[in-house]
Design a protein around this ligand. Structure first.
Ligand code: ACO
Length: 443
């Protein structure tokens, strides 16, 4: 708790260890604010006042650049060292050894499942992949060229009307039922949106296939009786879902938590996450990478392009990250997956350009001094394209993987006794106490 401290005659302040001493130069008063986990509670600053009527000091942090909005034990990132861990497990190990459904279990339940728990979880998810026929009809009502992300956003929101009991978020059993439904139905809705956009009939889930294999079947099955996904593509997709499963308090996760803090049902909170991911600053960078690679066109054009980047004329898309000031660990894993996918689909000539760009940038002083390394989006667009996805589907694929993270964060928030409805403060800059002017008197 913040306490006001006294100064000795020589002006020095004796303060307890583990505290921050603040001198308010407006009043000359000195305060000791406790530091816990390298953090001070901003509400403690409210005790620093000029007089009794003063509201107290606030902090101004428009994009949450330095504000922790929660305590979380789900995902750990060390951006300087290029570390990403889910529940303490390094992403490299999970991408190599685990499956998306196992990772979803890990994120949601906080630990790896036993064999029987994983079987039961997989069975639960597999048997909830179908959606109500009215959801299908609802999706068919979209315009022929509707953006699949807009369709996903609307249909996930609409799920709350099919499961009205979902608003009983304090009931642990009902809560887990919605969690299962969300993870299970997301690929179905995503695939329906894709098929709609192509003018193709929707394909129902195939419960004999894996999570990713079934998704490929719902996307690409045409006239064959049974779709057989290529195991290498199935695995590559599963790895992509793992890599995108969570990334702590990013824009869409903050949206899920913020909307969920009103105690709305998890479908509506997840729809908020999808809406945030729809924005080009969040879910759209890999599309920009593809456009950039196409624009460069040939290896010979790379030096000119790099010179333009260094002159500030354009950015090297897929490089740099707000958090990672080292290799984004996901980029390394994706690069390996690209090679596996191209073994099946044939090489995309853009890969040569991407590899050469990366090589040059990693040796160039401009990028080294600014700590600009490839991020997750540098290679993911190439894989998605190789899998036959149009760019509109890129954020949709991201949303499927991220659903387990959103929902794990939502569950953590519901059980966190410190959380209340999210309600930031503002610094008011407008007029005050202005008298209403009748229309005839307005100039
Ligand atoms: N190409 C060239 N220069 C860059 C790049 C880039 N991709 N990224 C940053 N820089 C330079 C900036 O010009 C600036 O240089 P200066 O100090 O000479 O002015 C310096 O590096 C710092 O850049 P900031 O914009 O301040 O860094 P910030 O952390 O705000 O930006 C961001 C991070 C937005 C990701 C940025 O690196 C970028 O625009 N990258 C390209 C887009 C991209 O790949 N986005 C995907 C991110 S991953 C994701 O969202 C899932």
């Amino acid at each position: 708790m913040t306490t006001e401290t006294s100064q000795s005659a020589d002006g020095s302040v004796s303060a307890a260890a583990g505290t921050l001493t603040i001198v308010d130069n407006r009043t000359g008063r000195t305060y000791e604010v406790p530091i816990e986990d390298g953090t001070i509670r901003s509400t403690e600053l409210r005790k620093i006042k000029v007089d009794e009527d003063d509201f107290g000091i606030m902090t101004y942090d428009p994009a949450y650049m330095n504000t922790a909005s929660c305590r979380s034990s789900i995902t750990y990132i060390d951006g300087d060292k290029g570390i990403l861990e889910y529940r303490g497990y390094p992403i490299e190990q999970l991408a190599e050894k685990s499956s998306y459904l196992e990772v979803a279990y890990l994120l949601i339940y906080g630990r790896l499942p036993s064999r029987s728990e994983l079987e039961e979880w997989t069975h639960l998810i597999t048997t909830h992949t179908f959606v109500h026929e009215n959801i299908k009809d609802f999706m068919q009502g979209f315009r022929y060229d509707a953006h699949p992300m807009g369709m996903l956003l609307a249909s996930v929101g609409a799920l709350s009307t099919f499961y009205p009991e979902a608003n009983q978020i304090k009931d642990p059993e009902l809560r887990m039922m919605q969690v299962v439904r969300l993870v299970a139905k997301m690929p179905t809705l995503a695939a329906f949106a894709y098929r709609h956009n192509r003018g193709m009939p929707y394909v129902y889930p195939d419960n004999d296939l894996s999570y990713s294999g079934n998704f490929l079947s719902m996307l690409y099955k045409i006239a064959e009786l049974k779709y057989q996904p290529d195991p290498r593509l199935e695995r590559a997709l599963d790895v992509l879902f793992i890599l995108h499963a969570d990334h702590e308090q990013n824009c869409s996760t903050s949206a899920v938590r913020s909307v969920g803090s009103s105690q709305v049902d998890p479908y509506s909170a997840t729809a908020a996450g999808i809406a945030a991911l729809y924005g080009p600053l969040h879910g759209g960078a890999n599309e920009a990478v593809l456009r950039m690679l196409r624009r460069i066109g040939t290896l010979e054009n790379i030096p000119d392009f790099i010179a333009g980047v260094k002159a500030g004329e354009q950015r090297l898309m897929g490089f740099g990250h707000r958090v990672y000031k080292n290799f984004d660990p996901r980029a390394k894993i994706i690069k390996r997956a690209v090679e596996d996918v191209f073994e099946v689909t044939g090489k995309n000539p853009l890969l040569h350009i991407a590899t050469e760009l990366e090589k040059i940038a990693l040796e160039d002083e401009y990028f080294i001094s600014r700590k600009l390394y490839p991020n997750v989006d540098f290679y993911s667009g190439l894989i998605y394209e190789a899998l036959g996805m149009p760019v509109e589907m890129f954020p949709v694929l991201f949303a499927i993987g991220r659903t387990s993270g959103w929902i794990a964060q939502w569950l953590e928030m519901i059980d966190d006794g410190e959380q209340k409805i999210a309600r930031p403060r503002q610094i008011y800059t407008g007029a005050r106490g202005v008298d209403y002017v009748p229309m005839a008197e307005r100039s």
